[in-house]
Design a protein around this ligand. Structure first.
Ligand code: BG6
Length: 607
């Protein structure tokens, strides 16, 4: 995610754009930049680092004057955070800012370079600027309309043409963009918080609709160049700035939980042709040379590794060793040349995980990083990187980054199975086809019908001090992540137990009313766990059954969350979302600081 702001009016654009960007830093903070027009010239200032670094640059050089401009705060997806990869980017007569991902940018750059084009950054955005410039013959709307079909992926652009510096053009596909109308001034922005200080009246821009901002007025055009004069509804934002940064959600964590259908959809389309069984695009590396696999991470990242272990061992018949990074680094691990170590880390800065990476290199292993932050330390030092690309995750308790990590593990499973032919082509085709449906299932378990159940169980659970999650196989690993969520944000003691282990200890803790969640997604061993559930209930435990394959078992549970069913090896992504959401409501009911839980940090960069 990135943040875009544009201004056209009578006031100094620089100050308004900077203030707007400051409300969008939650969308990205790797670098920032601004382009302001005056007397036919466009001045660009941009720098790596947070918005404050750009402000320092403006303070030092004097803010560019002019009443028309665009600005950007970046979350790097292609090209690590640096001055030259910062937006705005330009090519020829085009200067633009971009939020989104141009998926065919490599092809665009390569074909441009064969025609002599020279690029100065590593970004997909610069390729977009080149394409729009190559289509420009003096008519901006026509140029944009001609360029868009060549740009595959998601985008929201703010564009300035060097011979029309009194005007801003904007267009979007999939990435959010609004056009806002003030008194003799108008704005574009990725999100409403950027403009609330100036106006509350805005238009939602539709896909492939072009906006022209000139002399404080907004006009809309379709791709044929026809002005759109009817039907655009001017909306009025009546919520406050803080709520707007959270997209209207009360907490970033809930916003990020609800982002998961989109983050999963984006990741799947980025790595598989169309999810209908066509095998992989780039980034999921060829795995033919992989012999032994080690997965290392901390917290939820390690839990994603546990789920990857289950699917890889079952479908690819390769042994996978999963380690907690802080253990791995002092364990003198049996890692060596020919081994592959996957380091999973949202931030890419966790000290223990970085140390595990360096130790793996010292021992001669190859390291593949699965990270969210482009250009982070772990990303830079790994031999290969697979990005989870789910945008900035603000809440300390990870949700969307976790399911993205698990999805990457499942994509790796598919690649390993494909390279090793450990599954039939038919199975693989169905696996990928089922994977493509995961976003729908993620959205389904977030519908109100389900949320009411999560809230109901959260209310039951609130006064209790202990809480158990049981499951077998992959469900045990999902339970580990669920228990982590409960502990992190609601400060309740919660443990995940392998269901078969109950009789070896934990069952002594089950007294009447103790809340216990059972996760059952594997039909092949469901009956075994159902027996364990009955053991819990026989001792008065209050059981919430989260299951896709045990039928209407009202007699074995007190609450029943019936999961939509899909390929059992993909079910943990469907099962964890109810558990995340339930944990969220439990924390809210217990009055905890959901986004910033006590004692925790989003990334622990010290030992
Ligand atoms: C903890 C976070 O501090 O670190 C967890 O609260 C996270 O959400 C863990 O799973 C590992 O962090 P990272 O950035 O390496 O995934």
């Amino acid at each position: 995610m990135c943040g875009i702001v544009g201004y056209s009016g009578k006031k100094a654009a620089a100050e308004i754009i900077m203030k707007g960007l400051s409300k969008l830093e939650y969308r990205g903070y790797d670098s920032a930049g601004i382009a302001v027009c005056l007397d036919g010239q466009t001045k660009i200032f941009k720098t790596k680092g947070r918005l404050s670094a750009l402000q320092e640059l403006l303070d030092k050089n004097g803010a560019p004057e002019g009443c028309v401009g665009i600005g950007h705060t970046r979350w790097a997806t292609h090209g690590e955070p640096s001055d030259r990869n910062s937006h705005p980017h330009g090519y020829g007569r085009v200067t633009l800012v971009h939020n989104g991902i141009i998926e065919n940018y490599l092809h665009l750059r390569q074909s441009a370079e064969t025609k002599g084009a020279k690029f100065v950054s590593d970004t997909d955005t610069e390729a977009a600027a080149y394409v729009i410039d190559s289509c420009y013959d003096g008519d901006p709307v026509k140029a944009i309309s001609k360029a868009l079909p060549q740009l595959h992926g998601s985008y929201a652009f703010g564009i300035i043409f060097s011979d029309k510096t009194d005007t801003i053009y904007a267009v979007r596909r999939d990435s959010p963009l609004i056009a806002a109308q003030g008194d003799g001034e108008c704005f574009i922005a990725s999100d409403i918080p950027a403009i609330l200080s100036y106006t509350r009246d805005y238009y939602l821009m539709d896909t492939d609709e072009i906006a022209e901002l000139k002399d404080g007025k907004i006009r809309f055009f379709d791709l044929s160049g026809n002005e759109i004069t009817n039907g655009k509804k001017l909306l009025h934002a009546d919520f406050d700035i803080e709520a707007a940064e959270k997209g209207g959600y009360p907490h970033f964590m809930l916003k990020e939980i609800y982002e998961q259908p989109d983050t999963l959809r984006r990741l799947i389309s980025m790595h598989t042709e169309d999810g209908a069984g066509n095998i992989f695009k780039s980034e999921i590396p060829d795995t033919s040379d992989i012999k032994r696999i080690f997965v290392v991470g901390c917290g939820s990242a390690m839990h994603a590794g546990l789920l990857g272990k289950y699917s890889i061992e079952h479908l690819c018949r390769i042994h996978v060793s999963v380690s907690i990074a802080s253990e791995f680094r002092y364990d003198d691990p049996m890692v060596g040349p020919g081994d592959t170590v996957f380091i999973i880390s949202q931030s890419g800065e966790t000290a223990d995980s970085l140390a595990a990476l360096r130790l793996s290199h010292e021992k001669g292993a190859k390291v593949c990083a699965i990270v969210n932050v482009v250009g982070s330390s772990i990303a830079r030092e790994a031999d290969e990187v697979i990005y989870t690309r789910c945008g900035p995750e603000i809440a300390v308790a990870t949700t969307k980054a976790f399911t993205a990590q698990v999805l990457i593990m499942y994509l790796l499973t598919a690649r390993l199975a494909y390279d090793r032919k450990t599954v039939t082509e038919e199975f693989l085709k169905n696996y990928l086809s089922d994977m493509a449906k995961l976003p729908e299932l993620a959205a389904e378990v977030l519908t109100d019908k389900y949320v009411q159940l999560y809230k109901k169980f959260a209310a039951y659970n609130k006064p209790h001090g202990d809480y158990y999650i049981i499951g077998r196989g992959q469900d045990y690993a999902t339970g580990c992540e669920g228990a982590m969520k409960i502990k992190e944000i609601s400060y309740m003691h919660c443990e995940s137990y392998a269901a078969g282990e109950l009789k070896h200890g934990t069952i002594s803790l089950v007294t009447p009313g103790v809340p216990c969640m059972a996760i059952i997604t594997d039909p092949d061993i469901a009956e075994k766990t159902v027996s364990n559930v009955k053991e819990v209930r026989a001792r008065g435990g209050h059981v919430v059954l989260v299951s896709s394959c045990t039928g209407e078992n009202a007699d074995i549970c007190d609450e029943y969350i019936k999961l939509p069913q899909t390929n059992k090896y993909l079910m943990p992504i469907v099962a964890i979302i109810p558990v995340q959401t339930y944990a969220y409501y439990t924390a809210v009911l217990r009055g905890c600081d959901v986004d910033k839980p006590r004692n925790l940090a989003k990334s622990v960069t010290v030992e």
